[in-house]
Design a protein around this ligand. Structure first.
Ligand SMILES: Cc1cc2nc3c(=O)[nH]c(=O)nc-3n(C[C@H](O)[C@H](O)[C@H](O)COP(=O)(O)O)c2cc1C
Length: 152
């Protein structure tokens, strides 16, 4: 069982729905999931939280959705101390964009730059190939967390 901070960023709702399903699966498995409405840096520096899952779509030209802008700019500008965090990113995107999954990849890079432990390369979900990201992301997140908690 783990304390999981689950943060989502969405424009049209797909990433929110996907995060809803991730939350449900993790909670059913006995994890304690915190799902803030307005994510900010203070939540990441709380050392009670050990695992961070970010589920985000991309907008504009690989840009972070509005609801994640405060968190992302905080990561870039405030240098928060987050070395206690292990994290994984679910990146929703569309491969017809040059900046495919740009938002998820940017957040992944920002977290890694600050010394958080990347549990897996971001899961990229292409809207051109997968119409139901909520059906694939929860199993992936569960697997990543289980591998972290029970290393072989
Ligand atoms: C205006 C607009 C801009 C987008 N820009 C990107 C992009 O730069 N890179 C990418 O991979 N996907 C991009 N997408 C695709 C979305 O990220 C993708 O469809 C995602 O599943 C939408 O999730 P959401 O409903 O949570 O916003 C864009 C979509 C729209 C409508």
């Amino acid at each position: 069982m783990a304390n999981v901070l689950l943060i989502s960023g969405s424009v049209f709702g797909t990433a929110t729905l996907t995060a809803d399903e991730i939350e449900e699966q993790l909670t059913s498995a006995g994890h304690v999931v915190t799902r803030p409405e307005n994510a900010d840096i203070a939540m990441l520096t709380d050392e009670q939280q050990h695992i961070l899952i970010v589920c985000t779509s991309s907008t504009g030209n690989g840009d972070v959705p509005d609801e994640l802008v405060p968190l992302y700019t905080g990561l870039l500008n405030d240098y928060p101390k987050i070395i206690h965090l292990a994290y994984a990113v679910v990146a929703l995107g569309d491969s017809s964009y040059e900046t495919y999954c740009g938002a998820g990849l940017s957040i992944d890079a920002a977290l890694a730059d600050l010394g958080a432990k990347q549990l897996a390369e971001p899961l990229k979900i292409d809207a051109l190939e997968e119409s139901e990201p909520e059906s694939v992301a929860p199993d992936w997140v569960s697997g990543v967390i289980n591998n972290h908690l029970n290393p072989q």
